[in-house]
Design a protein around this ligand. Structure first.
Ligand code: C2E
Ligand code: MG
Ligand code: MG
Length: 580
C-alpha cells in the first residue's frame, strides 16, 4: 500500500481504504461549541481585564479583573481541546485564536505601557508551544494509526485490500441505496499449481494475478468503478459499482477474466489459468452484507461443482446446492474418520416372529443432530461417494451381525441397501466377496436391497451382478417396489427373493378400496413370481390388519420396531431367543 499513498485519494481502492478509519473522528458540532465557548470566554476576559471594581460573591469581596484569569484559563482549555481533537483544522484554528489575542496584548504592553497584560502574553507563548507539541504528537499518532490501518486492511502477500477491508466496504455500501455487484472469484485448479510447482511459485502466481486485477481496478480499465480484495488462498472478491445494466457488469467481469487467463510466467514456466466468477446484486439478490457474500459464494461453488461456465449469477436454487456441498464435505470427513454408522430396523413375519434387520446408514452433523439418509444418500450418489458409503455400512453391519449370529445362534437375515451406481461398479462383486470373507456372515443370511429403478436404468449389467450374487448364495430384495415402472415381463426374469412394497402405498392403503386392491395386486404378483412380500412403513394397527387379510408375508414399520442401535438390536435378538 505504501506506493499508493503518493496517489492517495485518486483510485477507488485507495479512497475505500482511506474511508475505513480505525478511529472515529470527533464531531464537527463539538468543534463549533468549543469555538463559541472560546469566543464567550475571551470576551469576558476583555471586558473584565481592565475593570478595577469589586463584586461580592458568597459574602466575599472579589475584584472583577480576577475573573479575567479564570476565563482566560477556560479559553486556553478550549484551544487545547480543539488542537487535540481536530487535527490540522484544530491546529490552524488554535493558532489563529492565539495569534488573534496577541495584538491587543502587545499594544497594551508596548503602546500603553500596561504591564498587566504580561502574564497573558506568557500564557499565550506557552499555549503556542503546547499546541505545537500536541500537533507534532498528533501527527505521529496519525501516522502510526495509518500504518496500523494499512496492516489491518491489507493482504500481506498480494498487498490487495483484505477480507476485513472488503466486508467493511460492503457494509458501508449496503447502508446506501445505490446498486452494486459483489463477485466472488475462485482461481480454478490453483491447488495443482501449489502441488506441482511448490507454494512459493503458487504465491508468485497469486501476486501476479493480484497485480493485474489491482491495476485494472485502479485505472478503471473495465469502464466501471471496481474494488478488488483477496479473501484467502485463491479466493478474491470484486465489488463493482456504477454499471448501467447487467450486461455492462458482465463485461467488467469478463475484463477481469481475460486478465487472469493471460499467460502467467513463473520460474520460467508458462501457466494458463482460469477462474470462476459467481456474482450477486444488491439489492436484488440480497439486502445484507452476509447475504451478499454467501450468495456470491454459492454461485461460485456451483460453477466449481458442475459447470463448464465461468460466470454465474446467484439464484435461490443454489442455496440448496450449497447445502449439498456442505453435506458432501461431511460425508468425506465421515468416511475418512469412519464415523458413518448404522441402525438396524427389525423385520417381522406376519405373526410377529423376527425375520431379521435392515441396516440403515446414519450420519451426525457437528452439533450432534442427525442428517437424514434421505438427504445425504442422494448427495453421496451425485458426488460419486455412494459405493464408499454402502461398503462402510455393509462392512460394519456385517461384522456386527456375524458376531451376533455366532453369539446367539439366531436364524435371522441382514438386509443392506445398495445403490445402483455402486452396483454398476466393476469391482462391486469383489467388494461383496471380501466383506463376506472378512466378516464371517454366512452368505445366505445376507440380503441385498436394490431399488426398482435399477432394473429400468441399467437392466443388463444389473442382471449380471444380481445373478452372480444369487450364485454366491445371497438373497435379493426389490426395494421401494411400485415406485418405478418395471414391466411384468422383466420382473418374471428377475432373480429376486423379496418384493418390498413402498411405504407410500401402505400410507394410502386404507383411504380407499382401490388403494387396498392395488397393494393386494402387488402382493399377488409377487407371489405369482415366487417372491416373498414385505410391506414397509407400517405404522397403524388397521394397516397391519389389512396386510394380514391380503396375504402379506412380512412387516417392517414403526408399529413393531423403529431403527435401533446395534446394542438395542442385540438385546432384541437375545430376548427373542429366550422366548423360543
Ligand atoms: P429404504 O431402504 O426404503 O429404507 C426404509 C426407510 O423407511 C428408512 O428410512 C426407515 O427408517 C423408514 N421407515 C421404516 N418404517 C417406517 C415407518 O413405519 N414410518 C416411517 N415414517 N418411516 C419408516 P431411512 O433410514 O431414513 O432411510 C431412507 C432411505 O435411505 C432408505 O430407504 C434407503 O433408500 C436409503 N439408505 C439408507 N441407508 C442406506 C445405505 O446404507 N446405502 C444406500 N445406498 N441407501 C441407504
Ligand atoms: Mg431399503
Ligand atoms: Mg424402501
Amino acid at each position: 500500500m505504501k506506493k499508493d499513498k503518493k496517489t492517495a485519494g485518486k483510485t477507488n481502492i485507495d479512497r475505500v481504504l482511506s474511508s475505513i478509519s480505525l478511529r472515529k473522528k470527533a464531531p464537527l458540532s463539538v468543534y463549533f461549541v468549543l469555538l463559541a465557548l472560546y469566543v464567550a470566554a475571551a470576551t469576558i476576559v476583555i471586558v473584565t481585564a481592565g475593570d478595577q471594581s469589586a463584586v461580592t460573591i458568597f459574602g466575599a469581596k472579589m475584584s472583577v479583573y480576577a475573573f479575567a484569569g479564570i476565563f482566560s484559563a477556560l479559553s486556553n482549555i478550549c484551544i487545547f481541546l480543539i488542537a487535540v481533537y481536530y487535527g490540522k483544522l484544530g491546529f490552524i484554528t488554535a493558532f489563529v485564536l492565539i495569534f488573534g489575542q496577541l495584538p491587543s496584548m502587545l499594544i497594551g504592553i508596548f503602546a500603553r505601557h500596561n504591564a498587566s497584560s504580561l502574564p497573558g502574553l506568557f500564557t499565550n507563548l506557552f499555549t503556542i508551544i503546547a499546541t505545537i507539541a500536541i500537533y507534532i504528537n498528533n501527527l505521529r499518532v496519525a501516522r502510526f494509526e495509518e500504518k496500523m490501518r494499512d496492516q489491518a486492511v491489507t493482504d500481506r502477500l498480494t498487498e490487495l485490500p483484505n477480507r476485513f477491508a472488503c466486508s467493511e466496504f460492503v457494509g458501508k455500501l449496503v447502508k446506501g441505496s445505490e446498486k452494486f455487484a459483489i463477485v466472488s472469484i475462485d482461481v480454478n485448479n490453483f491447488k495443482s499449481v501449489n502441488d506441482t510447482m511448490g507454494r512459493e511459485a503458487g504465491n508468485k502466481v497469486l501476486i501476479e494475478i493480484a497485480n493485474r486485477w489491482k491495476k485494472a481496478a485502479d485505472e478503471g480499465t473495465s469502464g466501471t468503478v471496481d474494488f478488488i480484495s483477496r479473501q484467502s488462498g485463491d479466493e478474491f472478491m470484486l465489488i463493482v459499482q456504477d454499471y448501467d445494466s447487467e450486461q455492462e457488469l458482465i463485461k467488467t467481469i469478463k475484463h477481469y477474466q481475460l486478465l487472469v487467463e493471460r499467460k502467467v510466467t513463473v520460474d520460467d514456466c508458462d501457466l494458463y489459468l482460469t477462474a470462476s466468477f459467481g456474482y450477486a446484486l444488491f439489492p436484488d439478490d440480497a439486502k445484507t452484507s452476509d447475504g451478499l457474500f454467501s450468495s456470491a459464494d454459492a454461485a461460485v461453488y456451483e460453477l466449481k461443482r458442475n459447470s463448464s461456465d465461468r460466470i454465474l449469477r446467484y439464484n435461490p436454487a443454489l442455496l440448496k446446492n450449497e447445502r449439498s456441498v456442505e453435506i458432501e464435505k461431511k460425508i468425506r470427513t465421515a468416511l475418512v474418520s469412519d464415523s458413518l454408522y448404522f441402525n438396524l430396523q427389525p423385520q417381522y413375519d406376519i405373526d410377529h416372529k423376527l425375520r431379521g434387520f435392515e441396516a440403515l446408514a446414519r450420519m451426525k452433523d457437528n452439533d450432534g443432530s442427525l442428517i437424514s439418509p434421505g438427504e445425504f444418500i442422494p448427495v453421496a450418489e451425485k458426488a460419486g461417494l455412494i459405493d464408499k458409503v454402502d461398503v462402510s455400512v455393509f462392512r460394519n453391519a456385517a461384522r456386527f451381525f456375524g458376531n451376533l449370529i455366532k453369539k446367539t445362534g439366531a436364524d435371522i437375515t441382514l438386509s443392506v441397501n445398495v445403490s445402483v451406481r455402486h452396483l454398476m461398479k466393476n469391482d462391486f462383486i469383489d467388494e461383496i466377496k471380501s466383506i463376506i470373507d472378512t466378516c464371517g456372515v454366512p452368505a445366505d443370511k445376507l440380503e441385498i436391497e436394490i431399488t426398482e429403478s435399477i432394473m429400468i436404468d441399467s437392466a443388463e449389467k444389473a442382471l449380471q451382478c444380481i445373478t452372480e450374487l444369487k450364485r454366491m448364495g445371497l438373497k435379493i430384495a426389490i426395494d421401494d417396489f411400485g415406485t418405478g415402472y418395471s414391466s411384468l415381463s422383466y420382473l418374471i426374469n428377475f432373480p429376486a427373493d423379496m418384493l418390498k412394497v413402498d411405504k407410500s402405498f401402505i400410507d394410502k392403503m386404507n383411504s380407499s378400496d382401490s388403494s387396498k386392491q392395488y397393494v393386494a395386486a402387488i402382493i399377488s404378483i409377487g407371489h405369482i413370481m415366487n417372491f416373498d412380500v414385505i410391506s414397509e412403513g407400517v405404522e397403524q394397527p388397521e394397516q397391519l390388519e389389512t396386510l394380514r387379510s391380503i396375504g402379506c408375508d412380512f412387516i417392517q414399520g414403526f408399529i413393531w420396531g423403529r431403527p435401533l442401535s446395534p446394542e438395542a438390536a442385540e438385546d432384541l435378538v437375545v430376548q427373542t431367543m429366550q422366548q423360543v
